[in-house]
Write a new protein. Sequence first.
Length: 322
Amino acid sequence: MTPIKIERIAPATGSPDAVRSILFSQARSFQFTDPEYPMLTLKSVTLSSAATRLFAIESSGHEIEVDADAYLSVFLPANGAVAVDGKRSSTSVTGGEALTLRPSARRTRVGTSSRNPFQAYVFKMPWTAAGTVSENWAFFSKGNPGTEVIRHPLSSPATRSLRTFIEYVFGDMLSEHPILTSPMALRSVEALMLEHLNELFSIEDSLQGLPSNGELQLCKRAEDYMDAHHAEPLTTSMIARSMGVPPTVLSKAFRNSLGKTVRQRLTDLRLEHARAQLLSGMHETVTSSAFSVGLVHLGRFTQAYRAAFRELPSVTLARSRK
């Protein structure tokens, strides 16, 4: 069964009570920009954690006032514009940019562009869990309690990467034969989503230094752990916790020692396992091989595999059958 739900607010139900159920916010007021053309559609995907969800929103334009909810929200408009007014800060973004919202009372206005409906993706997770996922979010959740809204520019690679991944997830979920519906696939999707968010909030120094002996040893231990648990839905924070160090310490060690992020090195290891499986003929399809090693974005898997081994995974699989 596909874990996607589609809801619509009809003209007669464009009220705070209806919006409260569809947007799970404490809506004080809600109104469509053009009462003669009221339309709001919401597609939602529940990930492995019931409280962590992805949304695709389409609206003819509306304004909503909400009380402080209990969620960290990342808002990525694809078409149109969104403006958010909080008690301490206000900002607006257009298609291609992103906004991160902490729990706060606010007024949000969304508008259409070139007569096309407003469209956006939204990721929501419990505020209480956000701080435990990555210390990179600490500056937002604890260090700057007055900051209600953060704007992420279109030029940010992390913004583009996050958007591309969410588009892939919804594209699969809405397809005739979705493949991201198993519990393991959903856990992997959630883990990769959290890694994308970790990169979106990254405040690490981008300068690479010389590795110390301690960093080299830490990387070796982390690589052994990732290799042994490659099929599990790992995140940088989970790996760092297993090593007994903060995520920033682990990330810096990998950057200095290998010139790669933790996630990039984990992908390398997963690709090696996928190739071994394809060569052995233990899987009937490329998809099952990718999923078995924790790689759920098939397009990225194919590109990375070809870059690493100079052939498509389908070619490797075909050769194993000869």
